[in-house]
Design a protein around this ligand. Structure first.
Ligand code: AMP
Ligand code: ZN
Length: 458
């Protein structure tokens, strides 16, 4: 059974879905004011791996929702810089369209398939559901209006019998000093649900008790609204980077009245020289800086999602090399001719590999262990069951290593002649056929225990 580390309990727990046979996941997605960086990619690869494990190993029907944040201070600032002559709302829409397209291209390059994401809702398309939650919070005495904005009162939430601080331990002693601060909040822990309109910013009307409060949603409320809209309450699993635990997820959870999701899974940061990779620190790497995006996927999966990971270009190069070796082995199995590979591996290594691979993933998605189990078969076992095992690896790890095109009869003839020449010890002929395979067909021949196998030159 799959075990996941739940930030709600700080324990590894068996994953028990709400509805047997299916699983629902909500992932906090990108803010589309710029291109995503490798750190963000780590945060999106984690739920991608999770949904693959749930679907392919646990056999569940997965509903995976990832939101697109298209309204916040960064969006507004970048949109007015980029499109100064447009209306504020048109400007953010243009910016969001541009970077959503780039985002979808980028995630596809690292093996996240668009079709695996059931919904990619954009915050500004959900203003009505956002307002419905805020209205409800006001009528429950938890939301309050102050100077044209609406805030969430943590004090009133706690007074209603709920716990604030489910994902992190919080010290509320500071509340003794509560005064009206410059944000017009009543309590220091309070947070904004709706921001009063400022000139030059996009805004929506909001009727509260017969009065209009033009403005825009706060950040946290969009995820409460979109997750509820698509997955109901509670849903199974909420994901995001550790920086989202507090305040973002804590606040999402509180806005949902304390029942939003059953499991909160957080990935650790990708850092550079021990500093979190982030746009504000100016230490980001994007796919533009990386030769082979799949090597980034491999590198990220080669560390456990809950461990800190320091990124450097040398690691990317070794991941590239490692991936080349895995591709070589997989190609050899996939491109073997019909009948060339024995059906089953009687050394038991393939069975052992599959067991270790699945066990590692079931133990809180231990990808480094799952990948290192490959040493049992890679470059050693050439059988039909090893070939099927590599299909499973690719299905779960999403490395894009499978080629399904069989070799043409022309290539098969060259390989036959090559093998014959070698048998006859006609090495000048075999060398020239080997060179022909490479120059004309892009294939490298290797001599193995099951005869000649080929892989694509890389
Ligand atoms: P943002 O667009 O900043 O809201 O970030 C999108 C996702 O990336 C969130 O889940 C963040 O927690 C995550 N994230 C941001 N920076 C990093 C990083 N350096 N390492 C891992 N995850 C990150
Ligand atoms: Zn969110």
């Amino acid at each position: 059974m799959l075990k996941l580390y739940n930030s709600l309990t700080n324990k590894k727990q068996d994953f028990i879905p709400i509805n047997p046979g299916s699983a629902s996941i909500y992932s906090c997605g990108p803010t589309v004011y710029d291109r995503i960086h490798a750190g963000n990619i780590r945060a999106f690869l984690m739920p991608d791996l999770l949904q693959r494990v749930l679907a392919r190993l646990e056999g569940l029907n997965v509903d995976w929702v990832m939101n697109i944040t298209d309204i916040d201070d960064r969006m507004i600032a970048r949109a007015s810089e980029s499109y100064p002559n447009q209306e504020p709302l048109d400007a953010i829409n243009k910016l969001a369209d541009k970077y959503t397209d780039i985002f979808l291209d980028d995630i596809e390059k690292v093996g996240i398939r668009r079709d695996d994401i059931s919904h990619l809702p954009r915050a500004t398309d959900f203003i009505a559901p956002i307002q419905t939650i805020i209205t409800q919070l006001i009528s429950d005495g938890i939301g309050y209006v102050s100077d044209g904005s609406v805030y969430f009162s943590v004090k009133n939430y706690i007074a209603s019998g709920k716990t604030y601080g489910r994902l992190v331990s919080l010290d509320f002693s500071a509340r003794a000093r509560v005064t009206n601060d410059q944000d017009q909040k009543e309590g220091v822990a309070d947070f904004v649900l709706w921001k009063a309109h400022k000139p030059g910013e996009p805004f929506w009307d909001f009727n509260i008790s017969g009065k209009n409060y033009p403005g825009r949603p706060g950040w946290h409320i969009e995820c409460s609204a979109m997750s509820t809209e698509f997955l109901g309450q509670p849903f199974d699993i909420h994901t995001g980077g550790v920086d989202l635990k507090f305040p973002h997820h804590e606040n999402e959870l509180a806005q949902c009245g304390g029942t939003q999701a059953n499991y909160y899974i957080h990935n650790e940061h990708l850092s550079i020289k021990s500093q979190k990779m982030s746009k504000s620190l100016g230490n980001i790497m994007t796919l533009k800086d990386i030769n082979d995006p799949m090597a980034l996927r491999y590198l990220i999966l080669s560390a456990h999602y809950r461990s800190q990971m320091d990124f450097c270009l040398a690691d990317i190069s070794s991941a590239e090399e490692r991936l080349k070796n895995i591709r070589t082995y997989t190609d050899q199995l996939m491109l073997a001719r019909v009948g060339q590979l024995p059906e089953a591996d009687d050394t038991g290594k393939t069975k052992q590999f599959i067991t270790e691979f699945k066990q590692a993933l079931s133990d809180d998605l231990n990808t480094p262990k799952a990948l290192s189990a490959l040493r049992l078969i890679e470059g050693k076992v050439y059988t039909v069951d090893a070939r099927e095992a590599m299909r499973l690896v690719d299905d779960i790890m999403g490395l894009g290593i499978i080629v399904d095109n069989p070799l043409s009869s022309e290539v098969l003839e060259v390989i036959d002649s090559y093998e014959l020449a070698r048998k006859d010890k006609n090495f000048s002929l075999s060398d020239s056929l080997r060179a022909k395979l490479l120059s004309q067909h892009g294939l490298v021949a290797s001599d193995t225990q099951v005869g000649t196998l080929v892989h694509r030159a890389q």
